[in-house]
Ligand binder design. Structure first.
Ligand code: UD1
Length: 441
């Protein structure tokens, strides 16, 4: 297993382009299995999650081929199976995105329930409720969802649960509804840009979707879609992560090929915490602050602060001059990064779905362990801002969602090296003064 070794204390500086959005790419890849002909997707990031979904689609009989320059060809003509097995689904929850497309294309789907994960309980009851509303018979057997429908029928589908709406649930119902007879109205739909990108792709294929980007989406069923070319939107979470890294190190960064309007609330928090931000049509520049200011925020569905940048902002605010209080309404247990940040000297206490971050003047490098994708990014940011050396193990979490992050950070002057995990440990800290010798009894 690979690990990162980070030498902290170097301000990031320079410019780079953002990759295609993982969370847009995955539902579109899954949707392509329901469309006739070969979809060409451009700006597909080279990520472990994209490879996992490619393997899953290939197992179903879909032909997936990566072209030069980041494009992916997806041809479902040879699809023969409707089974997404546990071994692949458990490594990547987004595999559940094949559920709606499989029912739409084959009239049946047998998809493993994803199970638990490090950021908390993640049920898929709303996906199932939505499919049932469209007329599918849905049951759970031996850890699998079995969904069947001879013909889906348009309906009103309400997708709000106790934690708000669902992003991939909206994606599943959106695709299924394109193939339903009549009109479907999704209420409490997710408004995330990744859902909009999926709807744009489907409309390119001949779907009749309107209202995407708002909580109410209308879909007139068309029965059949014809493959099209589509370019995936820029990854707003990668962009936010790089901006926060620049802010945390007091650096300067220009991000290109980015969509600033997808990042308005994140940019606002960065400004409040002392960074200078300049925005143009497709680029964002940031100059990190001399002194980070504390900020309170709540992670919530779009257009709020994304839960997917909560951990990275926590890392930034751990060095603020004062106390910040943050809350995560989407994943109230998403705080696995806190004990690791505290190993660097941060002073953070969790209380329910909140974290109280008392800023400290300095962090000092330490061996760390990544627990999930965005927590890994938070540890990298904190390690870049810390004094001395840190190691971060279980970096495979990071590889699921960041394309060559260490190379991008190195190009910006960060000192991040990927190594094959080894038991060698970092030097132990030396006490400032020698401790009094205790006399043995
Ligand atoms: C997607 C993103 C993930 C992001 C999350 C929230 C992808 C591939 N992943 O995940 O990076 O962190 O949105 O923005 O796009 N819930 C239910 N019942 C359901 C579905 C969800 O109660 O049937 C709850 C979840 O437990 C969570 C909240 O709703 O508390 C939001 O989850 P959801 O939007 O579904 O997350 P994902 O789509 O899995």
């Amino acid at each position: 297993m690979d690990m990162f070794v980070v030498q902290g204390g170097h301000a990031l500086s320079g410019s780079l382009s953002v990759s295609g959005a993982k969370n847009a790419c995955l539902p579109i890849m899954a949707a392509a299995l329901a469309v006739d002909g070969c979809t060409t997707l451009h700006r597909v990031p080279q990520l472990a999650d994209v490879r996992t979904l490619s393997s899953l689609l290939t197992k179903l009989g879909v032909n997936v081929r990566r072209e030069a320059a980041g494009s992916l060809l997806i041809d479902p003509t040879g699809i023969r199976s409707s089974i997404a097995d546990y071994d692949l689904v458990r490594t990547m929850r987004a595999s559940v995105c094949v559920l709606g497309p499989l029912v739409a294309r084959l009239g049946r789907a047998c998809v493993s329930l994803p199970g638990g994960c490090n950021i908390g309980h993640r049920p898929i009851d709303l996906h199932l409720k939505g499919l049932a509303a469209l007329g599918a018979s849905v049951r759970i057997e031996r850890g699998y969802v079995l969904a069947e429908a001879n013909r889906l029928k348009g309906a009103t589908v309400h997708l709000a649960g106790p934690q708000g709406t669902t992003v991939t649930g909206t994606c599943n119902i959106l695709v299924a509804a394109c193939f339903a007879e009549g009109t479907t109205r999704i209420e409490a739909a997710a408004c995330e840009p990744e859902v909009v990108d999926l709807a744009d792709y489907l409309n390119r294929c001949g779907a009749r979707i309107s209202g995407h980007g708002t909580p109410e989406i209308t879909i007139e069923g068309v029965g059949q879609l014809q493959a099209a070319e589509h370019t995936v939107i820029p990854d707003r979470i990668e962009a936010a992560t790089l901006l926060i890294a620049a802010a945390a190190t007091g650096g300067t960064l220009q991000l290109n090929e980015v969509e600033p309007r997808h990042l308005l609330t994140v940019l606002h928090i960065l400004q409040e915490s002392g960074s200078r931000i300049e925005v143009s049509d497709r680029s964002i520049s940031i100059t990190g602050p001399q002194e980070i200011q504390p900020v309170d925020f709540v992670a919530q569905p779009y257009p709020g602060i994304p839960t997917d940048v909560q951990a990275q902002l926590t890392a930034l605010l751990s060095r603020a001059r004062g106390t910040s209080i943050i809350r995560d309404l989407v994943f109230p247990d998403r705080f696995m990064h806190i004990p690791e940040l505290c190993r660097l000297g941060a002073d953070i206490r969790r209380e329910g779905n909140s974290a109280i971050i008392r800023g400290v003047p300095r962090l000092s490098g330490a061996p760390l362990m990544a627990s999930d994708l965005r927590a890994s990014a938070a540890l990298v940011i904190a390690a870049l801002a810390a004094e001395q050396e840190s190691s971060i193990r279980r970096i495979y979490h990071l590889d699921r969602g960041y394309e060559q992050l260490e190379l991008k950070l190195t190009a910006l002057g960060g000192h991040v090296q990927r190594l094959v995990d080894s038991p060698a440990s970092l030097p132990l800290p030396q006490p400032a003064e020698s401790l009094p010798v205790r006399k043995s009894a």
